[in-house]
Design a protein around this ligand. Structure first.
Ligand code: ADP
Ligand code: MG
Ligand code: ZN
Length: 475
């Protein structure tokens, strides 16, 4: 009956060494207001100089999302007064951003892809922080002037899950490009959500509401679902025009609702104008060449995993969604582990254990190389799955030599035909009656024989080998 329309504005903090218009460090500081200088304090007469590294990183993003990277762009002043901004304006790019007209593809559950347009990505300076402490408020300008890239999407998403898929794709893309830490909790990946509804079939968009202050993918979905419901109810109650106005709302995490914060400003409220202190941003051929140096991106990786490594699409999507996970997987392969076995041991066995003990893949106590070594032992039949799980449990606690563990834990698997046949013949001679029954057509007894042989080997015989040799012997 109704269709949801969503457009996202994402602020990504670029991981440059210095600020956007001065040489103050962007790194963590022990004290307030020490990563500052006349420029980021906006003292009279101090002039901004654009940070080349920030421009290259924004350009690299542009190339990664098939956008137009403008060889000339401009900086503008967005005027507003707030204690965290000593200049009383923010330097941003309104009229001609460095990146325009890009696209990002999201993977839908039904196996297809959907294109989400990226209107533009522009560079702008972050504000400082106001710290409210009892009766007094303090201002810390360490963050003032930190480079942000704001990525504006087209209103192309039609559900909360599409919005979350887009955000996750954007998140993994900037992480693959190594242009941002993109840590949502720490605020280096911040997202504003624009939501409207319209009756199915209506061409014009409905009135949009902007929701700010959302710091997790889960809350993005909750905020959208809440807001859509609120707008639909207003429509059905005939009070849409009064209830749904163009405004900025806040997501209240505790109560699970959005609430009105302020009326939506129009561009005119900000008195935008070209920054007279900054000349047009002209990129050189050298910068273009540098920006085009691109790692393998998630889409290309997924395609390669499916085509070359023959792994399932769902698995490829999971592994490639995270740069560190893909790196880990490739380290496993570099140790000779097969792709198929590695997928299972990474996504199920290792991630399961990491989850339980509160680790992420980055601080996994077991390295990719180590897990690869373990998996290659399973591949070769040196140990079986059960034994490998026991070894992995030990490795989660301490870094030990795998061969030594196989030895000391008595997990070496017997794959040698002769040794296995010896056990088989022993079992068969003790169970002549069952052998007759099997040969008489009761083939289900194979399970009994396999069980007996495995038991006699105390679990160390290679089950595939046992199966194969038993069938031959029983023929
Ligand atoms: P502003 O600069 O005021 O934030 P923009 O026109 O730049 O406004 O749009 C901001 C975001 O809102 C964009 O991501 C855009 O896709 C989205 N948007 C615009 N119209 C709608 C709408 N009717 N419903 C949902 N999102 C919308
Ligand atoms: Mg906006
Ligand atoms: Zn500075």
């Amino acid at each position: 009956m109704f269709e949801t329309v969503i457009g996202l504005e994402v602020h990504v903090q670029l991981n440059t060494k210095t600020k956007l218009f001065c040489s103050c460090p962007t790194s963590f500081a022990e004290h307030q207001n020490i990563n500052t200088c006349p420029t980021c304090l906006a003292l009279p007469g101090a002039l901004p100089v654009v940070n080349r590294e920030a421009v290259i990183k924004a350009m690299r993003f542009g190339y990664a999302v098939n956008a137009t990277v403008n060889h000339i762009s401009n900086f503008d002043r967005k005027s507003y007064f707030y204690p965290d901004s000593p200049s009383a304006y923010q330097i941003t790019q309104l009229y001609r951003a460095v990146v325009q007209n890009g696209e990002l593809f999201i993977d839908l559950d039904n196996g297809t892809k959907k294109r989400i347009g990226i209107t533009q990505a522009h560079l702008e300076a972050d504000a400082g922080k106001n710290i409210h402490d009892g009766d007094i408020s303090k201002v810390d300008l360490n963050r003032a002037g930190t480079p942000l890239m704001e990525i504006v999407s087209e209103p192309d998403m039609r559900s909360a899950s599409e919005a979350v898929a887009y955000l996750k794709k954007l998140h993994s893309t900037v992480r693959y490009l190594d242009i941002s830490d993109a840590n949502m909790q720490e605020g280096s990946f911040r997202c504003d959500v624009n939501v409207s509804i319209r009756p199915k079939g209506q061409k014009e968009f409905g009135t949009r509401v902007e929701i700010k202050n959302i710091n997790s993918f889960k809350f993005v979905a909750s905020a959208i679902n809440y807001e859509v419901q609120r707008q639909i109810e207003a429509y059905e109650d005939g009070i849409y025009k009064d209830e749904v106005i163009q405004e900025t709302r806040l997501w209240d995490t505790d109560r699970g609702v959005t609430k009105s914060m302020r009326g939506k400003e129009e561009a005119a409220d900000y008195r935008y104008f070209p920054d007279p202190d900054l000349r047009p941003l002209v990129v050189t051929d050298e910068m273009i060449e540098e920006a085009k140096k691109m790692p393998e991106l998630p889409d290309a990786k997924v395609k390669r995993y499916i085509e070359e490594l023959k792994i399932k699409r769902v698995d490829a999507l999971i592994i490639c969604s995270d740069k560190e996970l893909a790196q880990f997987f490739e380290e496993m392969l570099s140790r000779g582990a097969s792709a198929k076995t590695s997928v299972n041991w990474l996504t199920t066995e290792l991630l399961g254990r990491l989850n339980k003990s509160g680790y992420s893949i980055i601080d996994s106590p077991v390295s990719g190389k180590k897990l690869g070594e373990l998996v290659s032992k399973i591949d070769s039949g040196a140990i079986n799955g059960k034994g490998a799980k026991d070894i992995l449990d030990v490795l989660m606690e301490e870094d030990r030599d795998i061969d030594e563990l196989i030895e000391s834990m008595g997990l070496a698997q017997i794959s040698d035909d002769r040794a296995i046949l010896e056990i088989i013949d022993n079992i068969l001679s003790k169970n002549q009656d069952k052998v007759e029954e099997y040969r008489g057509g009761k083939v289900k007894l194979i399970g009994f024989f396999v069980g007996q042989v495995m038991k006699a080997s105390r679990g160390s015989a290679n089950p595939q080998k046992v199966n194969q040799l038993l069938r031959e012997r029983l023929k």
